[in-house]
Design a protein around this ligand. Structure first.
Ligand SMILES: [Zn+2]
Length: 423
């Protein structure tokens, strides 16, 4: 950093504490200021785009979305007339590492694929914690390119491991732990935190007695609490009642359906669909809403096997439960568009979501899922500048989310398709 710039920044800080209005003037001559001018900005709360605005970014953060035109000449400026800015997308449920033998380069390839497609952050819901921590650090330090990673410490009970389908024979790593009634939960959570995990993924073999204790210990240690909708034996109602903040997999709500024929392997799809349509989802939705819990639907993972999930999610959406988009799929690096866009298309086309709610489900809601809603998930002053610049209006067509002009992450232009397209 040049001395001149350093002095400018110090003066900015000093002046800001004394005279906020003057400090704004100092920021205006800060050479690190990037202004995106004449661009429409999505207001997630109002659910519509602004008229042409000027978005100012400094030190990785959005400092203004109504930057005064008269000050633009002192800044680095990009004219984005005709373009649309939305928050960088967040896939709320991915697995980017191989489970047993991680390949670090594959992890980076997956994370880079996401970034190239406008996904600036992901939540990894179980994987190799050592690799995830390394990826998390290198991406934040800008030594590697990719979506920012927030990951979980995987936790399951005795029955899960002893059935022999566990991921490990000797289950213990800070990011992958066996939890029983005898476990010192506070130590387990402290170890999880130290591994770099920002949440716990409660997977299997928890009952309604142990589960609330695990939830409480995680929250006490500042970890987000993520879990499956069915925890064998804890049922979806018990899981939601225990205080799990994010509940994964709409297909697991089949455990709420009492119809015995529904669970028969060869029951025809149309029979399952009609049962799911009649099923009363209200008690589950009431608990979810009263707890401000988020449903991590992951339609992608079971859409072929369980087509009845679409009508079920439609009802859950209509009841006003917060629904976050996640794919639970290992990245297919050859795919033209990320699975997240398929998930959002299903939300809109098959589950009755409005386009703005579909966008919320892949921005502000997954930001809440990872506990980063104060920094990520919307385009507002004070937030980190993770932005997606689109060529066409995503409120008009879900496909516009793939019509990328530019991807900005922490104020840095990471993808610029204008160069390739020559405009
Ligand atoms: Zn998963």
């Amino acid at each position: 950093m040049s001395n001149k710039l350093k002095i400018c920044l110090i003066l900015s800080c000093l002046l800001f504490s004394m005279f906020p209005a003057m400090a704004l003037k100092m920021i205006a001559i800060d050479t690190s200021l990037l202004v995106l001018k004449n661009v429409k900005v999505l207001d997630l709360k109002k659910g519509r785009f602004s008229k042409e605005s000027n978005v100012a970014i400094s030190n990785g953060k959005i400092v203004s979305i109504k930057f005064p035109v008269r000050k633009i000449k002192n800044s680095r400026t990009l004219d984005l007339e005709g373009k649309y800015i939305i928050p960088g997308l967040i896939d709320g449920h991915v697995h980017v590492t191989a489970m047993m033998h991680n390949n670090m380069e594959k992890t980076f390839a997956n994370l880079n694929y996401y970034l190239q497609h406008g996904i600036t952050s992901v939540r990894d819901a179980a994987g190799d914690g050592a690799a995830l921590k390394k990826a998390q650090q290198e991406i934040l330090e800008h030594t590697r390119q990719g979506a920012k990673v927030y990951f979980s410490a995987f936790m399951a009970g005795d029955w899960y491991y002893n059935r022999g389908i566990g991921l490990r024979k000797e289950p213990y790593q800070p990011w992958e732990q066996l939890i029983t009634p005898a476990t010192n939960l506070d130590s387990a959570m402290k170890a999880a935190r130290q591994s770099g995990a920002t949440g716990v993924k409660l997977y299997h073999s928890f009952d309604k007695v142990l589960l609330p204790k695990v939830v409480e210990a995680a929250k006490k240690n500042g970890l987000k609490v993520w879990g499956h909708a069915m925890m064998y034996p804890a049922t979806p109602i018990e899981v939601a009642s225990s205080g799990v903040e994010v509940i994964s997999h709409v297909f697991m709500l089949e455990n709420l359906i009492p119809d015995k024929d529904f669970h028969k392997r060869k029951a025809p799809f149309n029979m399952k669909d009609s049962v799911a349509r009649q099923f009363d989802i209200t008690p589950f939705c009431k608990i979810m809403k009263s707890r401000h819990a988020i449903l991590d639907a992951t339609l992608c993972v079971s859409e072929v096997r369980d087509p009845w999930i679409f009508s079920l999610l439609r009802k859950i959406y209509a009841q006003g439960v917060q629904i976050s988009a996640g794919t639970d799929e290992i990245v297919d690096l050859n795919s033209e568009q990320p699975r997240l866009l398929d998930e959002l298309s299903s939300f809109v086309d098959k589950c009755g979501f409005s386009m703005i709610d579909a966008i919320r489900s892949a921005t502000i809601l997954p930001a809440k899922v990872i506990g980063q809603e104060n920094d990520l998930g919307s385009v507002e002053p004070g937030k980190i500048a993770d932005l997606l610049v689109l060529n066409s209006d995503p409120l008009a067509d879900v496909k516009s989310l793939g019509d990328i002009h530019m991807v900005i992450q922490s104020g840095i232009i990471q993808v610029d398709r204008s160069i390739r397209n020559g405009h």
